[in-house]
Design a protein around this ligand. Structure first.
Ligand code: AMP
Length: 273
């Protein structure tokens, strides 16, 4: 596996390669990241993964400075799943200057967009820049960040970005917690409690499928989360394309939630069908 740090070197490498699968990341790899890399490698033959902790998507009171960084361990894991190029640009390589904004409206109005002002503008900007640097055939994203997927889908469609995007299901621990780079901040005891999060969502889905009214099932889930010390930011059923609330009977409907727990923000979502 080759590690590339400059856009110029990446461009030179790219000219010699036909089909490229691309996985943008902020590092601290776990099985969720690796599943995207494996899909990119097997479907495209060549996989580029970017590792860049993007400052523009962090708010002033967020965890940019303490975001986990371990390039050597990440490089080892990426090489083991067959990544061809790990693109690790510095911040001045990505943002030598930056006067242009990429604002995706509509799908960013609520949920993460409301709680983290400016977050999706930072995501859209860096992803579009990385797309232009890597020029992938197919880019891969995790449904774990459901609203991010809606933002990318909208941006690619609205700006005619010439690539295909695939969205893959969330990888979880054996007892159901969605894998996340931030889970490493939780103690063993907190990790055990954290499983209440997916359990509550799953329980709401099962209640709804057995005929419980949606509002009531969501209320039960919220109470259950609050009981174990989770502050629920939102807990809703949404259409993943529009990010608007929708009935549970919508064929694409997903239950989606964000909670604050033990000083970190946990996100999760699951299909209802
Ligand atoms: P991040 O490094 O957190 O920006 O994530 C990089 C990519 O990995 C994004 O497309 C995420 O949605 C995806 N991802 C993060 N966690 C998971 C997971 N548990 N399962 C699958 N994909 C994930």
């Amino acid at each position: 596996m080759r590690i590339i740090r400059t856009v110029a070197e990446l461009k030179e490498w790219r000219a010699s390669t036909n089909k490229v699968g691309f996985v943008p990341t902020m590092g601290a790899f776990h099985e969720g990241h690796l599943s995207l890399m494996r899909a990119a490698k097997s479907e495209c033959g060549t996989c580029v993964t970017s590792l860049f902790v993007n400052p523009t998507q962090f708010g002033p009171n967020e965890d940019l400075s303490r975001y986990p960084r371990n390039e050597a361990a990440d490089a080892e894991m990426a090489a083991a799943v067959g990544v061809d190029v790990l693109f690790c640009p510095g911040a001045d390589e990505v943002y030598p200057e930056s006067f242009t904004q990429v604002i995706v409206s509509g799908v960013t109005d609520h949920w993460e967009g409301a709680s983290r002002p400016g977050h999706f503008a930072g995501v859209a900007l860096v992803v579009l820049k990385l797309f232009n640097m890597v020029q992938p055939t197919i880019a891969y994203f995790g449904l774990k960040d459901l609203q991010q997927c809606a933002v990318i889908r909208r941006m690619v469609k609205d700006l005619n970005v010439p690539l295909e995007v695939k969205y893959l299901e969330t990888k979880r621990t054996a007892d159901g917690l969605a894998l996340s780079s931030r889970n490493r901040y939780l103690s063993t005891e907190e990790l055990t409690t954290a499983h209440e999060f997916p359990d509550s969502l799953r329980n709401a889905i099962s209640e709804i499928s057995q005929g419980t009214e949606e509002g009531s099932a969501l209320r039960t889930a919220k109470e259950r989360l609050e009981k174990v010390g989770m502050a629920v930011d939102y807990l809703v059923i949404v259409d993943p394309a529009t990010m608007k609330e929708c009935p549970a009977s919508h064929p694409e409907a997903r239950i989606m939630s964000a909670v604050r727990f033990a000083g970190i923000r946990l996100l999760d979502n699951m299909p209802l069908a």
